[in-house]
Design a binder for this molecule. Structure first.
Ligand SMILES: [Cu+2]
Length: 470
């Protein structure tokens, strides 16, 4: 192919002064005040066919809120919750942005919107002391879903305290209508105490630098989208999730258990990919996931770096009601006994290593705690509370406290068949864990010493007797 001739002094080259997209758009008309929403709600779709002047007013507040049951944290927020308010504008809109910092704040704050073309994304222009408000304007040149965040030093700390949210710039041709839209942002948190440690928790700079979070959550707290607060939709509806990752550190492997994303606008951009199971969301990035609900039930939003979901909080629920399509999903059809070797109770390979011998009750309880965390907590939970209809509680369990030999036998030989614990029925299988006498004694001494249980000590001799009696 022949190369075009080089420009000479005589050739006039016209450099376009406005992006093509803008050139083809209608002129800016009118003005309006942006509707801002808290997660999981999204402002209504934009129906305008022309760009306008949009006024956005966002107030920063620093407040103590719930991180998990019994755990509080001082969040720094854009608009009173984490993530900050969802902002929805149209491509080529001219945004007149006011950032207010509440007089009760202890820190100055600002905002860097990734939707802004200009130095710092607006950070310097919006540096706002407590009890001040600042103003700047920008034109939303590029459509997409963008993170915004505070960028005041120490930047990491402001983000780690919850200072992020999403701004959607709809393309000028609009977005395809869907039935339900939701707003979800993942964030990692670094607390002075461990996961679940009760009380008001401070921020741990050390853990943040190590990138070792205690909490990884959606929408600012453990359980923000479970139980009563689960997202709700119906079979046949199309759902669109606007998902962000505030970080500050972790990348999210975003997944919805039991769903396949029909479309994913990767990294919140303009192109989509189809039929995706898990999509990566960078820290300081976003994604748009769309899927039609073909059957009913509970669909679980997780970060598929899965310990974050089940041990650090990154779990939410979308409930689809309506008629299930049994061809799409049958549910369990049968549960029959399968007896390859004559026993229905599974055995976890037995433990041959000998445990160090505990010389008194205190040492026994201490050793037992470790055994509990490693062998029991996955089912009975670290707090001993169990899981309704699946794993009975060990905390204040009448079944446990009524009969020590029976508890020893349960840990030695496993347990199946219907039992009643604190008035609730369980009919499940506890596996054989293969612990030696010393370990069984230690773990049960620990369990009995916790959570309002009877406090009895279980000795290896006692365990040996129960083992021999079978
Ligand atoms: Cu800040």
């Amino acid at each position: 192919m022949a190369l075009p001739p080089l420009a000479t002094a005589q050739t006039t080259i016209t450099v376009p002064t406005t992006p093509a997209a803008e050139a083809e758009d209608l002129p800016v008309q009118g003005e309006e005040l942006a509707v801002l929403t808290d997660a999981p709600n999204v402002p209504p779709p934009i129906t305008r066919k022309h760009p306008t002047k949009v006024k956005v007013e966002l107030e920063v507040t620093e407040l103590v809120k719930r991180m998990a049951d019994g755990v509080d944290y001082t969040f720094w927020t854009f608009g009173g919750s984490v993530p900050g308010k969802f902002i929805r504008v149209r491509q080529n809109d001219e945004i007149d942005f006011v950032l207010k910092n509440h007089p009760s704040s202890k820190m100055p704050h600002n905002i860097d919107l990734h939707a802004v073309t200009g130095p710092g994304g607006g950070a310097k222009a919006t540096f706002t002391a407590p009890g001040h408000q600042t103003n700047f304007s920008f034109k939303a040149l590029n459509p997409g879903l963008y993170i915004y965040h505070c960028a005041t030093a120490p930047v990491g700390m402001h983000i780690a305290n919850g200072m992020y949210g999403l701004i959607l710039v709809e393309p000028k041709e609009g977005m395809a209508p869907v039935d339900k839209e939701f707003y979800v942002v993942q964030g990692d948190f670094y607390t002075s105490g461990k996961y679940g440690e009760p009380g008001l928790q401070g921020f741990s700079m050390e853990k943040a630098i190590e990138e070792n979070p205690d909490y990884v959550v959606f929408n600012g707290s453990v359980g923000s989208m479970t139980g009563e607060k689960a997202l709700k939709a119906s079979v046949g509806e199309t759902v669109r999730l606007f998902v962000g990752n505030g970080g500050p550190n972790l990348v999210s492997s975003f997944h919805v258990i039991g769903e396949i994303f029909d479309r994913v606008y990767q990294e919140g951009g303009s192109l989509y990919q189809e039929n995706v199971q898990t999509t990566l969301i960078p820290a300081g990035g976003s994604t748009i996931c769309e899927f039609k609900l073909d059957t009913k039930g509970e669909f679980i939003l997780v970060d598929h770096s899965i310990f974050r979901a089940f041990n650090k909080g990154a779990l939410g629920i979308l409930n689809a009601d309506g008629d299930g399509d049994l061809l799409v999903f049958s549910g369990q059809k049968k549960d029959e006994i399968y007896l390859p070797e004559g026993g229905a109770i599974q055995t976890i390979p037995s433990d041959t290593a000998t445990a160090p011998v505990a010389s008194n009750k205190e040492e026994r309880i201490k050793a037992g705690q470790l055994i509990y965390d490693q062998n029991c907590a996955a089912c009975h939970l670290p707090t001993g509370s169990g899981v309704p209809a699946a794993f009975p509680p060990l905390a204040k369990s009448d079944y446990l406290n009524a009969d020590v030999d029976r508890a020893i036998s349960t840990v030695l030989h496993g347990l199946q068949g219907e039992i009643t614990v604190n008035g609730a029925k369980y009919n499940s299988v506890m596996p054989i864990l293969g612990l030696n006498d010393e370990k069984v004694a230690n773990v049960l001494s620990y369990v009995y010493s916790q959570w309002d249980n009877s406090g009895v000590e279980v000795t290896p001799d006692q365990v040996a007797k129960v083992r021999a009696s079978k």
